[in-house]
Write a protein that binds this ligand. Structure first.
Ligand code: SAH
Length: 200
């Protein structure tokens, strides 16, 4: 996380290092640093050099960049790949600028980081299966498409539930494809929703 400067991923740079969520426009927020840390910590065993990662609701791009540092190995070694999916086009555009400002323009150019505009509930099967999936907004129930795109072994970190009763959930898939679900702790995330254009 020290390799990623949060000041490049917020709207108001003065508050960049506060341990709070911050508005990033369009009624969305960048998560607090401690939540990003929780997510990265729980996924850490699945984030080695060469791993494939899906970041759903990638928002500011902050955690996408953290994942990139964790999976991009040494010169000449296996190169990881991080796919971020975000459905608000202005945030997609802004997050790419953030990632460039943070010094990772080359990773965007060579495809080690890809930010896709789309419905994250459907994932991105083309880039999968993923060793780790992070979901940065809460759906009411576990999306089956994301479970399907998880590698075995693989792990997903996802807040699940309606506003007011969300729980961070770990979904583990083993090498035989068996899925195990574990509830971790209560949280308050923005909802994983229909795209703003669908809502009219
Ligand atoms: N980890 C990000 C979280 C941003 S908030 C960060 O810390 O910056 C969650 C993001 O999920 C918002 O940007 C929101 O636009 C996006 N989102 C909500 N529903 C979505 C969906 N169905 N598909 C893709 N992105 C979605």
């Amino acid at each position: 996380m020290l390799k990623v400067d949060r000041a490049n991923y917020v709207r108001n740079r003065e508050d960049a290092y506060d341990d709070h969520p911050q508005p990033i426009g369009h009624s969305q927020t960048i998560s607090a640093p401690h939540m990003h840390a929780h997510a990265a910590q729980h996924l850490l065993n699945f984030l080695g050099p060469g791993s494939k990662v899906l970041d759903v609701g990638s928002g500011s791009g902050y955690l996408t960049a953290v994942f990139h540092h964790l999976v991009s190995g040494e010169e000449g070694g296996p190169k990881g790949k991080v796919v971020g999916i975000e459905h608000i086009p202005q945030i997609v555009q802004w997050s790419r600028e953030n990632i460039r400002r943070d010094g990772l323009g080359e990773a965007l150019d060579n495809g080690e980081i890809e930010i896709i505009e789309g419905d994250g509930r459907l994932g991105s099967p083309a880039g999968g299966p993923y060793d780790a999936i992070h979901v940065g907004a809460a759906p009411p129930e576990l999306p089956q498409a994301l479970i399907d795109q998880l590698a075995g072994p693989g792990r997903m970190f996802i807040p699940v539930g309606k506003r007011g009763s969300q729980v961070v959930t770990l979904v583990d898939k083993d090498a035989e494809g068996r899925v195990r679900v574990e509830d971790l702790f209560g949280v308050k995330y923005v909802p994983l929703t229909d795209s703003p254009t669908d809502r009219g």
